[in-house]
Design a protein around this ligand. Structure first.
Ligand code: F58
Length: 832
């Protein structure tokens, strides 16, 4: 990397002192905005496009953050404490403008200033393309966590990848998902600060060799055969109105000059350009999540690329030049967001052994104090493994180090469990079947100070099932930190009307201290408050109706129960169960079995992307769209049932949809959803949950109370028991007439233009496979939905329950999650 900082001596007083924040006045803002527009965009206001105005506004707001950002960094440099390096392959940030305005308390000023220029702030808000640098819950969680850390003034740098293409844009063609690339940077990236001069070399391939150093010790060196450069892009992460601005540092891959010059000099210009493209592919596109991780070489390259850049950046740039690596554990804790950054473990070992000349034992002792691992799944097939052959080819030195780590670790296992070779095989970092491969979750567990799950139930199942051998060996290593969501984005920004009502009632302090929501509890009994609360919900429903009309041409019926299921499409999440419920109601009405007047008018909104290669998920999407089309146009159910499936569910849509929901669908098979975070967002915005005892639902129900939550389905031990006895879905089909009629109707081609083939994959799977026990939980789900209808009939009682959901959900703030990480895992100082 190039020079750390300039060594010139400024003489002008302005160049010495700290930069100052522009004035927080309307005039000051107008001036800054016009300066950005004129000098930054190079256009006069009269000739500026919407995008010019948006970019100028974004840069103006960024300008207000910059002084605080520099100050935060300089304060931390002067008084360095242990910090967190949050390593995550994904950050699903959502739009930045509103968040930055809120953090700087500039919303009203900006609104007025723009108005004075004849511009509507809301139009500019909508011009922002959200950076979709994540797939779903895991990426969004990372974004919530860095927001909370800044708000708590905790020293943290978020490290990740600056994908040129984020999560694909979903469109529907004849009801089927079609993916379109998301080139989120085409209109400019006003929030990023690139440092093309800060290059970090990252090596790949080649071989290793032993040599004897000057001191007579045998050492190893890696002779890679190609490398690329990591280019640093900084993003500011503002705390909520506290003057703190942290950093998110994302890496972009660029070809080295040597790389293309060599080929160019050989006279092959096209080959040089091709080679450059190859290198730059590494940060080109986010991998769309899959049910099973496939051995994709490019993905491993991405993982190594970003952790190598990040660790290098920390050691060589963030730390003082005279850093003693033996003190590393007092300086840094790298949090591994799932297994994606786990290759960082052998990377740090490699640096300590080969660059800093430490002995293995010492290097290993240091490394084992510098990492902590969060596991976000319970599906064993979702735990990453990499073929040994691939690692040997791509990262030969790392593979050697992994062998050394495994050797030392297995010796420890044998010592603690003598004669238990089966256990040794189960625990080994290297697995043998179906091919020799590295089990990244084992490597992470062995190397980490702490291993945590993301909700109580999942942490318990991790200890008892998925990683039980490790928990036997190191019980104290395992802990839980229940996920949380940032109240800034998911209440304050996304639900301004509820925020105003809450602030008028208990004061503004809740935005940075969500425990204060408990003060709302008493207002559940206050009829005036309930009336206001119901008005807020009604207004939020109008708002989402307007959004969907504009965005998707969907016309929502009025005054329905709004029932929402939004999340990635996965069989374990059981969107098909929700679909069966709707088909059951529909079939009941059209067959005359159900009196339409007895059915609560209900609109169901789905939002879900399927991984492009996940066939079953895509078939389910097609079926949902097919059922929606028929139900929405059948006069027999008009005014009773409606289904909407707006394409391309993302953070921006979530922010509009969740505040409007009455009912939150959290219906995964017990023991499969690690936590869920959507469930928390709904509860905080006053939706009641219908859900299984899974993930964080368990904790939500525990806090809001059974009377304010619709529980159904088997719990995890019951699921395990049924599976052990042998599950036969056809038994449920045969014994339950409503289920039979619903499945038969789908199978008849009623929803698919008479084409039975089109529905057969989903129906066939439910009947003859049904891995996630949809049919087993069907009746219980129907019963719970009947309880929902009864409860909804009493609007005052419903409002009371909804208010209690809000009042009792303060625990689900990501500020609390961060406090838990700090106390249980990181042991860092805040406000230092
Ligand atoms: C999610 N995982 C969990 N993975 O499913 C969810 O229960 C939890 O609340 C959330 O993490 C946060 O802890 C998740 O989103 C991914 O998206 C992976 C991305 C990379 C490929 C494999 C899936």
């Amino acid at each position: 990397m190039h020079e750390r900082g300039a060594s010139f001596e400024p003489t002008h007083p302005l160049a010495v002192g700290p930069v100052s924040t522009p004035p927080h006045t309307v005039d000051g803002f107008v001036k800054e905005f016009l300066r950005e527009l004129n000098y930054g965009q190079g256009v006069p206001l009269s000739r500026s496009s919407l995008n010019d105005q948006y970019l100028a506004l974004a840069r103006t707001v960024r300008g207000y953050l910059t002084a605080r950002w520099l100050e935060t960094a300089s304060r931390r440099r002067k008084n360095p404490h242990k910090m967190v390096g949050y390593l995550s392959a994904e950050y699903l940030l959502g739009r930045q403008l509103d968040n930055a305005l809120l953090a700087t308390d500039l919303t009203a000023t900006a609104e007025e200033a723009l108005k004075a220029c004849g511009i509507d702030l809301d139009a500019l808000r909508q011009a922002e393309i959200e950076p979709g640098l994540g797939n779903g819950g895991l990426g969004r969680l990372a974004a919530c966590f860095i927001d909370s850390l800044a708000t708590m003034d905790a020293p943290c740098v978020g490290y990740g990848l600056r994908y040129e293409y984020g999560i694909f844009k979903q469109t529907f063609v004849d009801g089927r998902q079609v993916e379109v690339p998301d080139n989120w940077l085409t209109l400019g990236g006003p929030w990023e600060i690139p440092h093309p001069e800060m290059e970090v070399p990252v090596h790949f391939g080649g071989r290793t060799e032993r040599y004897v150093g000057a001191d007579g010790r045998e050492r190893t060196r890696w002779i890679p055969d190609w490398d690329i450069l990591g280019i640093r892009y900084n993003y500011m992460v503002p705390g909520y109105q506290n003057g703190v601005v942290n950093t998110l540092r994302l890496w972009r891959a660029r070809a080295t000059r040597a790389f293309d010059l060599d080929i160019f000099n050989a006279g092959d210009y096209s080959e040089a350009v091709r080679a450059q493209t190859f290198a730059e592919n590494i940060s080109k596109v986010l991998y769309p999540e899959d049910s099973t991780p496939q051995g994709k070489e490019l993905r491993l390259q991405q993982q190594y690329f970003f952790v190598a850049c990040s660790i290098f950046d920390f050691l060589k740039h963030t730390q003082p030049v005279d850093l003693d690596v033996r003190q590393l554990p007092e300086r840094i804790i790298f949090q591994l967001n799932d297994t994606h950054p786990v290759i960082g473990i052998p990377e740090l070992m490699r640096l300590l052994l080969d660059e800093y000349d430490l002995e293995f034992d010492e290097a290993w002792a240091i490394t084992q104090q510098c990492f902590a691992y969060t596991c976000h799944t319970l599906l064993p097939e979702a735990l990453e493994v990499w073929p040994v052959s691939l690692l040997e080819r791509l990262l030969p030195r790392h593979m050697e180090i992994i062998y050394l780590i495994n050797e030392a670790f297995l010796a420890q296992v044998r010592e603690q469990f003598p004669g238990d070779e089966l256990r040794v095989r189960r625990m080994s970092i290297i697995g043998d079947h179906p091919e020799r491969s590295v089990r990244m979750a084992h490597l992470a567990t062995v190397a980490s100070v702490k291993v945590n799950g993301v909700a109580e139930l999942q942490s318990q199942l991790l200890r008892e099932k998925v990683l039980s051998d490790f928990a036997d060996m190191w019980p104290e290593k395992f802990t839980n930190v229940t996920n949380g969501v940032t109240p800034r984005r998911f209440v304050r920004q996304s639900n301004p009307l509820l925020s105003k009502l809450v602030t008028d009632t208990i004061g503004v302090g809740w935005v940075a201290n969500l425990d204060r929501f408990s003060e709302l509890e008493v207002y559940a009994e206050d009829p005036d408050f309930r009336a206001s609360f119901r008005q807020v919900k009604a207004a939020n429903k109008d708002r989402i109706a307007a959004v969907l009309a504009r965005r998707d041409g969907i016309v929502l019926p009025k005054d329905h129960l709004l029932d929402v299921m939004v999340k990635r499409l996965h069989e374990y999440k059981r969107q098909s169960l929700k679909l069966l419920h709707m088909v059951t109601l529909y079939e009941g009405i059209i067959s005359g079995d159900l009196d339409p007047a007895s059915v609560t008018p209900r609109t169901v909104i789905f939002g879900a992307k399927a991984a492009p290669g996940y066939r079953m998920a895509k078939e389910i999407i097609y079926l949902i769209n097919s059922v929606a089309r028929v139900i929405n146009t059948d006069p027999r159910v008009e005014g009773r049932l409606f289904m909407a499936f707006p394409a391309n569910y993302n953070v921006t849509l979530a922010e509009r949809l969740i505040p409007a929901a009455d009912l939150s669908e959290q219906i995964s098979l017990a023991g499969k959803e690690a936590s869920g975070t959507g469930n928390m967002k709904f509860a905080l915005n006053g939706a009641l949950t219908i859900g299984t005892d899974d993930g964080a639902n368990v904790e939500i129900r525990g806090l809001v109370g059974d009377d304010n939550f619709f529980l159904f389905g088997m719990n995890e031990p019951e699921v395990a028991d049924l599976q052990a006895r042998g599950y036969r879905p056809t038994e449920y089909y045969e014994s339950n007439p409503r289920l039979r009629r619903a499945l038969n109707l789908i199978d008849s081609g009623h929803f698919t233009d008479g084409n039975r083939e089109a529905a057969s994959m989903v129906v066939g799977d439910l009947l003859y496979n049904d891995r996630f026990l949809v049919l087993a939980d069907y009746q219980s789900y129907l019963d719970a939905q009947a309880r929902v209808e009864t409860a909804y009939a009493d609007q005052e009682a419903w409002a009371r329950s909804a208010i209690l959901n809000v009042a009792r959900s303060g625990f689900f703030s990501s500020d609390r999650s961060m406090r838990d990480y700090i106390d249980r895992i990181w042991h860092i100082k805040t406000g230092g």
